[in-house]
Design a protein around this ligand. Sequence first.
Ligand code: UDP
Length: 454
Amino acid sequence: MGEQIPRIRHLVLVPLPYQGHINPMLQLGTALHSKGFSITVAHTIYNSPNPQNHPHFSFLPMPDGLSDSDLASGDLVSNIQVINENCKESLRRSLEQLMQEKELQGDTISCIISDELMFFAEDVANNLKLLSIILRTTSAATSFARCGLLKLGGEGQVSLQGSSSHDLVPQLHPLRFKDLPFSLTASFGKFAVLMEKAYSNRTSSAIIWNTIKCLEQSTLEKIQQQSQVPIFPIGPIHMIAPPVSSNLIKEDRSCISWLDKQPHNSVIFVSSLGSIASLSEKEVAEIASGLANSKLPFLWVIRPGSIRGSDWIELLPKDFHDAAGDKGCIVRWAPQREVLAHPAVGGFWSHCGWNSTLESIAEGVPMICKPCFGDQRVNVRYVSHVWRVGLELEELKREEIERAVRRLILHDEGKEMRDRATKLKKKFEICTREDGSSNYSLNELVNFIMSYDS
Ligand code: UDP
């Protein structure tokens, strides 16, 4: 009898089309590709990834039905619903065809891995009798908080549009009411519907999590106790996957040569919005003055369109460039992980999206935290209060900003945060080594997928 040719095992990835979700999903694809799987990315037309960055992957576009006015509304919750309503049929048809093609080649589709908010993909997997796995791209603490928030909402214990109260939330310590992960644009009812879908009655067979045991072990244990399916914490995925860029905006690498000219630990890297949030002209003026008055070097990411009413930096105060002199460098989009790894960077002012939080800790960089909405609030509380590697900026006021930057970069308090961040960085390195917990979970995930397929 001739030797059997091993089948190629094929995975279909379905990311949510926002940068903070696309990055970990494509990093996961890269990690699994290095384990021998072939990868197809089923993506919306909106924010579609650049295939040239991922020459080993195949791509399946899905018409998402998002109109210009949907996109202009900035209403994430509604847009996620639109995507879920419109992509299902197209994914089902494309996968049926792909399954036939693979069968002819003697290969199989092993599994669909979908973002926790791309519910339709789970339905399609059930329909086609394929293994389905969820990728959660937020912290475990955020999941816990969202479930807690739903419960409090059901009991009428939270005001519907969020709260600024500093009181601790019963059952959710160390979170205060102001740290709960409310949506910025949606009503509580609409947000609750989306969260119910994300956390109840899921039919997937496992959960992959972009988090790391050394940071979130106790929360992960609580969640695993309540979960019917195995959880694989394999984060930070960018540390276990071969390097890959999935940025939707072109990175401006000129900031690296600017950083090369700055003293060690002297620069505050300001990327305070991530890929979604925006600022008013007044808020930008406060940031600009605070940075200039700190008299410290800064690298500031201003995403095109993130200052409301302008294309880019037209609305910065007229005297800003004189006030900042050669202390400042502004870019549209930075190679963030490379910037955080640069020795000149002494601190990171972040909105604390989960990827940014992990990336900052992974490089031992302490943070100034100012959340915009949702899970960022939970992350800020953990960064500043539990892991104590950052300080929270309460208000977007120039004096407060100037003080926070100087505290982080120059004062002992900042140095202590940097020392704690460096200790966590070392723990991250241990967990993501070949024999570390994240890589162990990745190997368990691979075995799990293979066991369904043999
Ligand atoms: N990012 C980047 N360059 C920038 C700003 C952000 O590469 O100038 C990347 C960052 O490294 C992170 C992602 O964009 O991986 C943002 O994800 P995060 O979860 O931090 O925030 P979100 O955009 O989802 O609010």
